[in-house]
Design a protein around this ligand. Structure first.
Ligand SMILES: [Zn+2]
Length: 446
């Protein structure tokens, strides 16, 4: 007997054939989809302990955000004068490192993550890839974050961002934190797992990149790294070569590497990415905020590179906004062309590509038998019919996060009737505000 049946939904699967069922049903046993198809067929074969009638609603796979910094949610709206930052490194050196990262403590991480997880789940994100930046909370910094994800019910791949921006000791502590966490958490069937992460090839020296690659090979956990967020001259000045070349020369690149931003990649770099099957997290909105440029995503997609989406946790936690930004920005930059980025490519970036980017394509990203049950049930408020010919258009053009009624992660209903079932959202918001204010005071900003 199934544990949960979702019946009579307009069900868009994102499976290999991009199948859609006008009157579809999904049977879930434990955390796994055991049947999907026309409601009559699925219900004839599966009785269930609980049935959710999705009549008049749209059923879709949960969205996947492959890059964020949940703890940094406490930096939202921090009253900082951006006009004093004349270049990207000013922003890091004058604000982000001293006033956000260095001020983030263990309890800040817990409450910020709890708030962020709830916000993301309610707006349709069921999986997050996160890089924690909080050196003052080492060792053990990933534990409060994992506890918040465990409790909220989101699927998460967590890593602490290793860097030697202040000292080698800081880098060693961060790598040890990741190794400990990966060993504890990367068990079959786990919903919250670990990875290794280096900040950038500018702040992580070659030794650290070698070591991260060695540990990734040894444990089977993948790697995160920010790449080419700013022009390569800084890395050239420091290490004698641009960061993509450093990653190639240290043997860092591979199909288990998720590279974030990738704005200043050359044509040769993009070929290198394709050759090594390196994955990309595209973060158009945070790149716009930083005034740092637009990644050449259409070219990457044309070369067969897996491009996913991240919100970076900068000012929005809503992946639908990022999906729409990604969909639109390439139509105007670098050269206006409405044919750039087709609607289904935007939806793929937020679903199946996200799964592949995290090397989790066998588990999530689409609604298919054998995959984890990460499902959205969305009220149909579309002005035109949602059907086999329109559902992917609808998801990109019209779907609003406020219409997301029910969210299921790992077979468990975590959002029901627009409310979190797993946690007290109001408490998380209140605590998040308290911790943000205290952090801003420590930083001398207020
Ligand atoms: Zn980032």
């Amino acid at each position: 007997m199934a544990d949960l049946l979702i019946t009579h939904g307009k069900t868009g699967t994102m499976d290999g054939q991009r199948r859609f069922f006008d009157d579809g049903a999904i049977a879930i046993e434990g955390n796994t989809i055991v049947a999907i198809g026309p409601t009559a067929e699925v219900t004839a074969a599966h009785a269930a302990k609980r049935t959710i009638d999705a009549s008049g609603k749209v059923v879709l796979p949960g969205l996947i955000c492959t890059h964020g910094h949940m703890a940094a949610t406490l930096s939202h709206n921090m009253p900082v004068d951006f006009s004093k930052f004349t270049k990207f490194t000013d922003m890091m050196e004058m604000w982000w490192w001293p006033q956000v990262e260095d001020q983030t403590l263990a309890d800040d991480i817990y409450w910020a993550t709890k708030f962020a997880a709830a916000r993301m789940l309610k707006s349709g994100t069921t999986t997050i890839g996160d890089m924690l930046e909080a050196p003052s909370a080492l060792p053990g910094a990933l534990d409060p974050q994992a506890r918040a994800c465990d409790e909220a019910g989101i699927r998460a791949v967590l890593a602490f961002e290793a860097t030697e921006r202040t000292s080698k000791r800081l880098g060693d502590l961060a790598m040890a934190e990741n190794l400990r966490f990966v060993k504890e958490r990367n068990k079959p069937g786990a919903r919250v797992t670990g990875r290794f992460a280096c900040h950038t090839a500018y702040t992580a020296p070659p030794d650290m990149l070698h070591e991260a690659r060695r540990l990734a090979d040894e444990t089977g956990a993948g790697l995160f790294i920010h790449v080419a967020e700013f022009p390569p001259f800084l890395t050239v000045e420091k290490w004698g070569k641009p960061d993509p070349q450093m990653l190639e020369d240290t043997g860092f690149l591979g199909p288990d590497v998720l590279t974030i931003h990738c704005i200043h990649l050359t044509d040769q770099d993009i070929d290198l990415w394709a050759k090594h099957d390196v994955k990309v997290a595209h973060t158009p909105m945070s790149n716009m905020l930083g005034g740092i440029g637009v990644a050449n995503i259409p070219q990457m997609l044309a070369k067969g590179i897996t491009v996913s989406l991240g919100h970076d946790c900068f000012f929005t936690l809503n992946l639908l906004e990022v999906m729409r930004a990604a969909y639109l920005i390439h139509k105007v930059a670098p050269a206006p062309n409405p044919a750039n980025l087709i609607f289904f490519q935007a939806l793929e970036m937020a679903t199946v590509n996200g799964a592949r980017a995290l090397n989790m394509e066998k588990e999530i990203g689409s609604l298919e038998v054998g995959k984890k049950a990460d499902v959205l049930i969305v009220e149909d408020k579309c002005p035109t019919p949602v059907n086999a010919g329109t559902w992917m258009w609808y998801a990109v053009h019209d779907m609003d996060s406020a219409d997301i009624e029910t969210v299921i992660v790992d077979g468990k209903v975590v959002v029901e009737d627009h409310r979190m079932t797993t946690m007290d959202e109001e408490e998380a918001r209140r605590k998040s505000q308290e911790h943000a204010w205290a952090m801003w005071k420590r930083a001398g900003v207020v």
